[in-house]
Design a protein around this ligand. Structure first.
Ligand SMILES: [Zn+2]
Length: 73
């Protein structure tokens, strides 16, 4: 797995996200809510993967498999 450079993270666009994803409070891949996670997700850490096309807000994916899926090689 590789992680994007900072400039790439800013440029990655994410269209058609739900409002919570676009606001940066949910994973763009699995929709885990980072503000109100279920018990099993309490320790989910997340990494920035770009910005919402609609809002321009920074969006996130869970560190690990979601981030890998969000940022394929
Ligand atoms: Zn996730």
């Amino acid at each position: 797995m590789r992680f994007p450079m900072r400039a790439e993270q800013r440029e990655q666009q994410w269209p058609a996200l739900n409002p919570s994803q676009a606001d940066g409070t949910e994973c763009v891949m699995c929709e885990v809510n980072y503000l109100h996670p279920s018990v099993r997700d309490l320790v989910v850490s997340h990494v920035p993967v770009g910005v919402s096309t609609e809002t321009g807000s920074q969006v996130f994916a869970c560190a690990g498999i979601c981030a890998a899926l969000a940022w394929p090689d």
